[in-house]
Write a new protein. Sequence first.
Length: 394
Amino acid sequence: MTDPSLLSPQDLAAALRECERKYRAIFENADIGIFHIAEDGTWTNANLTAASILGFATTDELLAAQPDFHGRLFVDPAQRQAWLSSVQGNSRYAEEVAVYTNDKRILWINLSGHQTQDAPNAVGYECTMYDVTERKRAEMDLTRAKEEADFANRSKSEFLANMSHELRTPLNAIIGFAEIIKDQMFGSAGQPQYVDYAKDIYDSGQLLLSLINDILDMSKIEAGKRQLHEVVLNIDTLVQSVSRLVAARAKESKVRLNLHVPRDFPSLRGEEKAMKQILTNLLTNAVKFTPEGGSVTLSAMIDAEDRMTLTVIDSGIGIAPEDIAVALAPFGQIESAMSRKHQGTGLGLPLTKALVELHGGTLDLKSELGNGTTVTLTFPVKRVVRKEGEEGNK
C-alpha cells in the first residue's frame, strides 16, 4: 500500500474519492439497515435498506420524515429511553424492540448502535437494524400456545382435584352397602348368587376407588394442591408394613420377596401415606411383571453423600430403554405380552415419581428387556433423621 505522504494532491484526492465510493457502495448495498443519528436526535444519514424496513421508498423520504421525531418511532417509549441511554454509554448495545413503520404497521427489529465522534465537540450515533418480526411472532405464538396449554392442563388438574368429594362419597356408599350384603350383616341374603354379586360389586368398587384415588392424587400434585403431612418414619417398620400388603400377591405369583434394611437404619422425615403408596406401587409393579420363580428385592442404604436410597430390583421382563420415558409418563402404557395380561391406568410409576419429587427426592429407573428393572429412590440429606450421637444428619 502506497504511503499517502508520497502521493500528489491530485492522486490523494482521487484515492479519497475511491475510498468514499467503496464505502458508499458497502453502505448502500448492505443487507441490514444502517443509519446515523446526531447528538440532538436528528437522523442525518441512512441507507435504502433502513428506509425500506421502515416503509419509505427512498432515504430522502426517511430523512425528511424524521421517523423518530418526538419519539414516535418506538411503540413503547420506555424501550426508546432505555436504548438511547445504553448507546449514549459509549458501548455497542443491541435490543429487540417494536417500532411503527411509515404506514403505521408494527415491526419488531433488532436495533444496535454505538457512540461516535462527529466533530471535536460533537458526538453522534451509528446504528444498525434488521427485521425480526417473523421470528418474534413465532416466539410469541409459541409462548401463547404454551400458556394456553398450561392453563388448560391446570384447569383440568384443578377440576379433578376438586372432584374428590363428589366422586368418593357415592362410591364409598356403594362399597359399604355391598360389604353389608356380601357379609350378610343383617341376616341371610337368600340366594347365594346375591352374595356372590355383592362381592363382585365390592371388589369392583374397591378397584374403581383405587383408580380414582390415583387420578386425584396425580391431579392434586399437578395443580400444586398436594400437601405432605410429615412425620419421622422408621424405615424398617415401614418396609415390613408394605411387605405384608404385597406378600400374598408375591406368594400367589411364586415370586420371592427379599427385604434388606440394615439394623439401626436412620429414619426418614416424610408422609407415611405417601411413602407406603410409593413402596407398594414399586413392589406391586415388580411382582406383577416378574415371571414365576423370579425375585423382587427391596434394599435400603445411606450413600456417600449421606442421602437415603431405597432400591427395588426385580428379575422380571424388563423395559426397553427407549420405552422408559413412556413408562414414567402419566397414563403411559407399554405394549408387551405381560402388560396385556395386567391392565392398569399407567399411573403407578408416574405417581410414584411425583410423590418422591414432592419429598425433594429423585426416582431413577434402569432396565433392559429380559434383564429385569432397577428403581432407585434417593432422598436428600435434610430428610434423613439419625439417632442422637450418630454422625451425619446434616
